[in-house]
Design a protein around this ligand. Structure first.
Ligand code: EPU
Length: 418
């Protein structure tokens, strides 16, 4: 298993470009199942999660390949096996995104239940409740969701809580349903809006994405899409946090402030100077951040996917910060590892109190999930000495060559093959 070795202490400087968004691309890949013909997805990042979903579509009978310009080409004409096996779903929960499109186009789907996850229970009851409202018959047997419907019928679905992939699954199902589907209490994340745009490019009639009510007028068929991935706001936020924790000065090209205003506000409150410049955001980090309190929440609140990274920054702040995680129940796994590097963090339920220390000290640490890994890399950039972050396959699921991007900004970081 590969590891990442970081020798801390160098302020990051220069320019770096953000890759295409993982969490916007995954549902768009699933959406290609809604039409026969070849779709072209431009700017898709080369990530383990993208390859996993590609393998899943291939397993179903789709043709999936990378064009010479890097576009992901998917032809779902030959799909004849509408099922997602456990072996693929267990490595990536987002595989559940194929449920809506398979059911809508083929009238049946067999998708493994995702099972446990490091950051929380993450049930899919809202996805299933929504599909049932559209007329699907759903049974759970042998660890699989078995779903059937003659043709889905539009209906009103009120989500108990805003769920990103749940909203996306129902948008895709509603696109080919008969009549109007109204989704209420929807997730408003930019990734949901990007999916609505992709569906509309396929000929769907989706209105209201980005607000909490989305309506979809069902159509009888869709055409393949030709779209470009939006920039990855979580990668952008991670790079900004990397500049911040090293008191650096970095222009993150492609970063769009409106995608994560809440995170930028907290970085500014902690003393960073963040300005919109040319085609991105520039950050100048403070010598030492000021303590700030923050609470994760669905968009437009502070994104849970940036909680661990900002916490790493606050571990060296002046004063004590209070961090409340409200989206997932077990998303403080980085805390133990940060503590091994000298951070002073106490957890009480969903709240972490981070007492800033003057210095972090390098240590061997273990990545536990995607964003936790990123926070350990960030801590390593600030720490005295050489940190080894093990189990970076977590990082590779969602960051395209993070170590290369950081090293181009002046960090002493390298991948150790294992
Ligand atoms: N939830 C339910 N029932 C459901 C669905 C969700 O109770 O049927 C709960 C979840 O357990 C959680 C909350 O609702 O407590 C919100 O979860 P959501 O469904 O919004 O999360 P998700 O769609 O599974 C996506 C991202 C995550 C990101 C969350 C929150 C993708 C592929 N994944 O997950 O990304 O953390 O939204 O913003 O879009 C990551 O990239 O590291 C990552 C985990």
């Amino acid at each position: 298993m590969d590891a990442i070795e970081i020798t801390g202490g160098r302020p990051l400087r220069g320019e770096v470009a953000v890759s295409g968004s993982k969490n916007a691309t995954l549902p768009q890949i699933a959406a290609t199942l809604l039409a026969s013909g070849e779709s072209r997805l431009r700017g898709v990042p080369d990530l383990a999660d993208v390859r996993t979903l590609g393998r899943l579509l291939h397993h179903m009978g789709a043709k999936v390949e990378r064009a010479t310009d890097g576009s992901l080409m998917i032809d779902a004409s030959g799909v004849d096996r509408p099922e997602a096996p456990y072996e693929l779903v267990k490595t990536m929960r987002a595989s559940v995104l194929v449920l809506g499109p398979l059911l809508a186009r083929f009238g049946k789907a067999r998708v493994s239940l995702p099972g446990g996850c490091a950051i929380g229970a993450r049930p899919i009851d809202q996805h299933l409740k929504g599909l049932q409202a559209l007329g699907a018959k759903i049974e759970l047997a042998h660890g699989y969701v078995e779903a059937q419907a003659e043709r889905l019928r539009g209906a009103t679905v009120l989500f108990d809580l805003p769920t990103v992939t749940g909203t996306e699954n129902l948008m895709m199902a509603g696109a080919l349903a008969e009549g109007r589907t109204t989704l209420e209490n929807c997730a408003r994340e930019p990734e949901v809006t990007a999916l609505a745009e992709a569906l509309n490019a396929m000929g769907a009639r989706v209105l209201g994405a980005g607000s909490s009510v989305i309506t979809i007028e069902g159509v009888t068929s869709l055409r393949p899409m030709d779209i470009t991935a939006i920039p990855d706001r979580i990668e952008a936020g991670t790079l900004l946090a990397a500049a911040m924790i090293t008191a650096g000065d970095v222009l993150v090209r492609g970063a769009r402030a409106a995608d994560f205003d809440a995170a930028l506000a907290k970085m500014r409150e902690a003393g960073a100077r963040v300005t919109a410049e040319r085609d991105g955001l520039r950050i100048v980090g403070p010598e030492r951040p000021e303590a700030v309190d923050f609470i994760t929440a669905p968009f437009p609140g502070f994104p849970t996917d940036l909680q661990a990274q900002l916490m790493a920054c606050l571990s060296v702040a002046r004063g004590a910060s209070r961090v409340v995680e409200t989206v997932f129940e077990n998303r403080f796994m980085h805390v133990q590892e940060l503590s091994r590097m000298g951070a002073d963090i106490a957890i009480d339920g969903h709240t972490a109190v981070v007492r800033g220390v003057e210095k972090l000290s390098a240590a061997p640490v273990m990545a536990t999930d995607l964003r936790a890994s990123a926070s350990l890399v960030l801590a390593g950039l600030r720490a005295e000495g050489t940190t080894l972050v093990q189990r970076v396959y977590h990082l590779d699921r969602g960051y395209e060559s993070l170590e290369k991007k950081l090293s181009a900004l002046g960090a002493t970081v390298r991948r150790v093959k294992g």
